[in-house]
Design a protein around this ligand. Structure first.
Ligand SMILES: *Cc1c(COP(=O)(O)O)cnc(C)c1O
Length: 375
């Protein structure tokens, strides 16, 4: 629990509910990652992890650029004056393709149909092809390659696709984003090396001048401990002279720069289990429900109690922290022991800066959104 966070939260009107983003933490994290990467690596931020404009602006300048996957994210990236923009996604509209080309973005093309649509727009541009490899991906929470997915071109169809590249388009590289939340640094380094090797072999075989190898994101955070992926092995990856390796992490850059805080509105015990009922929940912070884990919290005590009725208080009790939605699935934390907790205190969720607010179903039950504070 850092002090500026507590101070900012205490100033809020009650009932308190807020997301806090720390731009200094974003910059520090970016610098740490950059220092761990091999030479000739370009670091982009994947905007889908957190599209808050302050986060996007900060990372547009701290990183080399941004990775976007929709017209909305593209507009944010242009506004943030990103120096480099890479545009991917399996369902780009004509309007998005045209806007991406206008913005000078590098496109990751995901199907032969998309290639023909792009050519029909009359654009002349260099592109990368996103490939779903035959070879399975390293371990992680989602795998997007070596398995049936809507992402990219099946490796076995690549020869046919390359034989039919429309005029005006030139393939200069491959995009091989394959995994999310990989916690094994050695496995990730191996994945990068293998991705570069595969790209070189494939480019050579098809007479492509390879300039770009995009290995996507996937650097992991362990929500149940204080751990993150060990970056040390990444420095040993060799990026050949004439090749630019692009990495585009989202979670690793933003997770630790965001907090979600919410006030305890009620405390109750039913059928032997104690619940802290929060002014907030999974419609603000869906990650634990989406991934099926229990997100740990810390308690921020709030001493004032201006109400005429008694304050509820529990000691030494395991609690479930649940939200304000009328569904039993609105659970952020199960069975976390609290030494002391009162109505009016706050639960603070750290590591909430990635895939928190952005992946949540905000309008379900039409409660007020949280306050957003940028430190
Ligand atoms: C989601 C995504 C990323 C970022 O993934 P993280 O697991 O947040 O690092 C990068 N590239 C692409 C293509 C993605 O879809």
């Amino acid at each position: 629990m850092t002090d500026p966070i507590t101070t900012a939260l205490r100033r809020l009107p009650t009932p308190r509910c807020a997301y806090l983003y720390d731009t200094t933490a974003l910059r520090t994290r970016t610098a740490t990652l950059r220092a761990a990467l091999p030479p000739r690596t370009t670091l982009l931020y994947a905007v889908k992890a957190n599209g808050h404009p302050d986060v996007v602006h900060t990372l547009a300048s701290a990183c080399d650029g941004l990775e976007v996957a929709s017209g909305g994210e593209l507009a944010l990236a242009v506004q943030a004056r990103a120096r480099r923009i890479v545009f991917g996604g399996p369902a780009k509209t004509d309007a998005e393709l045209a806007a991406a080309v206008t913005a000078g973005a590098l496109l990751n093309v995901e199907s032969p149909h998309e290639l023909r649509r792009l050519a029909a727009l009359g654009v002349h541009t260099d592109i990368c092809l996103r490939i779903n490899r035959t070879h399975p991906a390293p371990a992680g929470s989602h795998t997007m390659t070596g398995t049936p997915t809507p992402f990219g071109i099946d490796e076995t169809q690549l020869p046919q696709v390359l034989a039919d590249i429309p005029d005006g388009l030139r393939v200069i590289g491959f995009h091989l984003h394959a995994v999310s939340n990989n916690l094994d640094g050695h496995a990730h380094a191996e994945f990068l090396t293998d991705t570069i090797d595969w790209s070189q072999r494939t480019a050579h075989h098809h007479d492509i001048t390879l300039r770009i190898v995009n290995a996507g994101g996937g650097l992991g955070i362990d929500y149940l401990t204080q751990n993150s992926i060990d970056l040390t092995p990444l420095a040993d990856v060799t990026v050949p002279d004439h090749i630019e390796l692009i990495l585009e992490p989202g979670r690793y850059l933003t997770a630790d720069a965001g907090w979600y805080a919410t006030e305890v509105l009620d405390l109750k015990t039913t059928h032997g289990r104690t619940f802290a009922v929060l002014r907030g929940g999974t419609h603000h912070f869906r990650l634990p429900a989406a991934w099926g884990y229990s997100h740990p919290f810390t308690v921020i005590p709030i001493d004032d109690w201006p109400h005429p009725y008694p304050r509820l208080s529990i000691h030494d009790t395991p609690i479930d922290a649940v939200g304000e939605l009328c569904t039993p699935r609105d659970v952020l934390t199960r069975n976390q022991h609290v030494p002391h907790l009162r109505t009016g205190d706050l639960l603070l969720y750290a590591r909430a800066g990635a895939y928190g607010w952005d992946i949540s179903h905000h309008d379900f039950l039409r409660h007020e959104p949280p306050t957003f504070l940028t430190l």
